[in-house]
Design a protein around this ligand. Structure first.
Ligand code: AMP
Length: 207
């Protein structure tokens, strides 16, 4: 099972990806999380990536393609994987065809006006990565799952969010047609409760 999750920032991809990976026991490969870990560890890749991420821009393709190639070559990925946040450009998608072409590409579809609210209100756990929304948790500072500290991602500030949505429409949305052309695309309405979105994803995955 080789899966790709597409969708704009704030569509709930990460949450859904975690649930799907748990259900099917496949590794969840989030390139955003990998880059944030690289920054936290002060690696060369992390330092290079941070400048782009803070501006809401994409990190250069060659950095991402190498990072994903190495990860997918690990034994853990032999039985399948879920890529969350990669590919984000047609060049990345073409590179992925040469590494491990996806069987199914799930597009979690949400309109822009909803995304802005979701992203500005998003808080994430520094420790386990779980996302929450201030509309539900108020000003809670502690993760209800693991007790970690809740923070606002640097790139979830309004000016950066606009940039990320713009980047999504210009660079990543063309992948919808790319994968439709390959017959791999399955679109799911992301403007529903997380439980309903998950059910819809299971339907398109045939399980
Ligand atoms: P995410 O957590 O998926 O929203 O990613 C956060 C940021 O990491 C993005 O805004 C990009 O700057 C960078 N990033 C993550 N994945 C990619 C990718 N596939 N290509 C380029 N940049 C990426």
């Amino acid at each position: 099972m080789k899966l790709v999750f597409l969708g704009p920032p704030g569509a709930g991809k990460g949450t859904q990806a975690s649930m799907v990976c748990q259900r099917f026991a496949i590794p969840h490969i989030s390139t955003g999380d990998m880059l944030r870990a690289a920054i936290a560890n002060g690696t060369e890749t992390g330092m290079k990536a941070k400048v782009f991420m803070d501006r809401g821009q994409l990190v250069p393709d060659e950095v991402l393609i190498e990072m994903v190639r190495e990860r997918l070559n690990e034994k853990e990925c032999e039985k399948g994987f879920l890529l969350d946040g990669f590919p984000r450009t047609v060049d990345q998608a073409e590179a992925l065809e040469g590494i491990a072409a996806p069987d199914v590409v799930v597009d979690v579809d949400v309109a822009d006006e909803k995304l802005l609210d979701r992203l500005t209100g998003r808080r994430v756990c520094e420790k386990c990565g779980e996302s929450f929304h201030v509309a539900k948790i108020g000003d809670a500072k502690v993760c209800s799952h693991c007790g970690g500290t809740l923070i606002q991602r640097d790139d979830d500030k309004p000016a950066t969010i606009r940039n990320r949505l713009d980047v999504y429409h210009r660079q990543t949305a063309p992948l919808i047609d790319y994968y439709r052309g390959k017959g791999a695309l399955r679109t799911v309405d992301g403007d529903q409760t997380p439980e309903k979105v998950f059910e819809a994803i299971l339907v398109v995955l045939g399980g």
